[in-house]
Write a protein that binds this ligand. Structure first.
Ligand SMILES: Cc1cc2nc3c(=O)[nH]c(=O)nc-3n(C[C@H](O)[C@H](O)[C@H](O)COP(=O)(O)OP(=O)(O)OC[C@H]3O[C@@H](n4cnc5c(N)ncnc54)[C@H](O)[C@@H]3O)c2cc1C
Length: 363
């Protein structure tokens, strides 16, 4: 990632924390809406361990970091300022929000978008973390095609494991579910697993094994090793949202049982006015293209929100006791053609004020 200078502005229209697919897409939308945008990012996208991004139309197999570099360049080309830093806290400040950075600095904006993604909690089995994103995968739509027809194991981690096992069966007829002393299939589950010819292995998995950096299988308690070419794991997902605690927003247990997420409305709005969310921080199952789309939608919602505020200011200015259009109107009525030395023909023209350029007053 290229180094970025400190933010050159005191206050942006929008501060975005998180420069993954969601945050950068929002930055592009807002930059194209001529908004002053800062993106604070500390360079740890969730899919960094993976070799390529799959399922993103037109970008098949591109490296996750290369994809974001293109996104960063695009955001910059529309005027966004990229700040390489960790955000530690977000708080209310005059007319908006201030984000405190780990290095002691801060960035302020009228609106705040948090697109910080999530962390994947992995079972603490020796050897598993080393294979994460390579031999150990989680998402059938991200990796299923690449491991189609292979010998696939599914590590039981909770109530969703049977569902995950049945999904991976779509890509291979050689599937084994390891219960790992964690999953207790119901009678109906046993029937469904048997009907799809899925093997089930009882007992704790004590290691994930590899040779030369390539996954070879797992070993269960008692020492029996099972050969595998890929292992699927359901992770415990947790929104990266600690910075929002000062604003009273915390991640909540998601009804799906997949982990903790922030609660976001349809266009990313939250219970805190002016604060928006997009991507994995509020949608645990969003793939890259979905996170990007949510960023775009949130960017549009934020711009509409700012337009509404600016329109309200303009109307207030128009109606206020010392507004330029009102003063022009009074002057017109009192002085008529004598005001500012105008002759009668020019004074007859409609009043157009500086504050309300292009706005014609009635009367
Ligand atoms: C191993 C693996 C492989 C995957 N493969 C695929 C795939 O092939 N196809 C697919 O569609 N999806 C894939 N995914 C899912 C993909 O990672 C997510 O869909 C995507 O990353 C969500 O984008 P996001 O912008 O919400 O979050 P992220 O991409 O995680 O971006 C969040 C950004 O915010 C930054 N950040 C977080 N906290 C702070 C902070 N406090 N201060 C500053 N910056 C902060 C992070 O550093 C990061 O850059 C994969 C996931 C994993 C784990």
């Amino acid at each position: 990632m290229t180094a970025t200078s400190r933010p050159p502005e005191d206050r942006y229209d929008v501060v975005i924390v998180g420069g993954g697919a969601a945050g950068l897409s929002a930055a592009v939308t807002l930059g194209r809406a001529l908004r002053a945008v800062a993106v604070v990012d500390d360079g740890r996208p969730r899919n960094a361990p993976a070799e390529g991004v799959h399922g993103f139309l037109t970008r098949e197999g591109m490296s996750p970091l290369a994809l974001l570099e293109v996104g960063r360049a695009e955001a910059r080309s529309f005027g966004a300022t990229l700040v390489d830093a960790s955000a530690v806290a977000a708080r209310r400040s005059s007319g908006g929000f201030t984000v405190d950075l780990a290095d002691g600095g801060s960035v302020s904006g009228r609106r705040l978008l948090v697109a910080t993604g999530l962390t994947d909690g992995l079972p603490p089995i020796p050897g598993l973390r080393e294979q994460w994103g390579a031999g150990v995968v989680h998402c059938p739509y991200c990796h299923g095609y690449e491991i189609r027809g292979r010998r696939i194991g599914v590590l039981g981690t909770g109530p969703l494991s049977v569902h995950q096992t049945l999904l991976f069966r779509q890509w291979s007829d050689d599937i084994t579910l390891f219960l790992d002393d964690t999953v207790a299939p119901t009678d109906e589950d046993w029937d469904r697993l048997a009907a799809r010819s899925i093997r089930v292995v009882d007992g704790a998995v004590v290691s994930v094994d590899a040779a030369g950096g390539v996954l070879t299988g797992v070993t269960v308690r008692g020492g029996h090793h099972f050969d595998l070419e890929a292992l699927a794991v359901g992770t415990r997902m947790k929104a990266r949202s600690a910075l929002l605690e000062p604003l009273g927003l915390t991640a909540q247990e998601h009804p799906s049982g997949m982990g903790h997420a922030l609660d976001g409305g349809p266009m990313g709005s939250t219970s805190v006015p002016g604060l928006y969310v997009a991507g994995n921080v509020s949608n645990l199952s969003a793939q890259v293209v979905v996170a990007a789309a949510e960023g775009t939608m949130a960017g549009a919602a934020i711009n509409a929100d700012l337009v509404q505020e600016e329109t309200a200011w303009a109307v207030e200015g128009l109606r206020g006791p010392f507004s330029a259009p009102l003063e022009a109107e009074v002057s017109d009525r009192v002085l008529g053609p004598r005001r500012h030395g105008l002759d009668e023909s020019s004074a007859a023209a409609s009043t157009v004020s500086k504050a309300g350029e292009g706005v014609r007053r009635a009367g």
